[in-house]
Design a protein around this ligand. Sequence first.
Ligand code: ZN
Length: 289
Amino acid sequence: MKLLRYGSVGVERPGLLDAEGCIRDLGGVITDIDDATLSPAGLARLAALDLAALPLVPPGTRLGPPVAHVRKFIAIGLNYSDHAAESNLPVPDEPVIFMKATSCLQGPDDDVMLPPASTKSDWEVELGVVIGTRASHVAEADALAHVAGYVVVNDLSERAYQMERGGTWDKGKGCDTFGPVGPWLVTSDEVGDAQTLSMWLSVNGERRQTGNTRTMIFNVTHIVSYVSSFMTLMPGDIITTGTPPGVGLGMNPPQYLKPGDTITLGIEKLGTQRQRVFAYSPDQKRPRR
Ligand code: ZN
């Protein structure tokens, strides 16, 4: 299943993409895409629905982030060896964990706002893992049973805030609009093996990143188990799993986002995103499209 949330910012309704690619409204069935929906029982209930009986949503309707009430937005750093090399940082012995503020979450096609005086804002296409059931100290053999599905994430990053402001990385990772997620959450059964997905990102139509989840240093199984040994993962938590090479920081000379740019990105089976970039405006603190 492809679960999504549609409508205006802050008042999104739950929906589902049918086999024809049309959005069906789930507002008469569930209140939102959150804890209850993401549990195995919740997903089974949706899988049994007769989609043809659900109201159609007009094409072109805005999509919000596909998960509501996200408690934690966790990120893994330097999880592709080529990306570590282009960042001039060693391949880590254990996964690097940092946090993206949940206030940066937004829809897949909402505009991206550069933070004040930003000169080093960068892009990162990533596979996001959505947790379905509470996970604490889980073994690798049990880890995937706690995953509800997968999403595309653009882990936008202000490199000066991230690396030149005394630590931690979180300063450059949680700026407003720096967390586009979606277009939809694709459930695990439909994705199959999450370690064989091709991924790409372009800026103004020029390809910057081309990768595949098979070259991750630490795979999803290890990451879920590993993170759960430090903090309890809750339903709806999102773990974004690192980016392949091709970020602006790694270009020679480095190249960063500027107002007017358009970012497009996608992952096999998970859909695509498109964001326009605009300069900081104190009046524009909410996602816009
Ligand atoms: Zn990242």
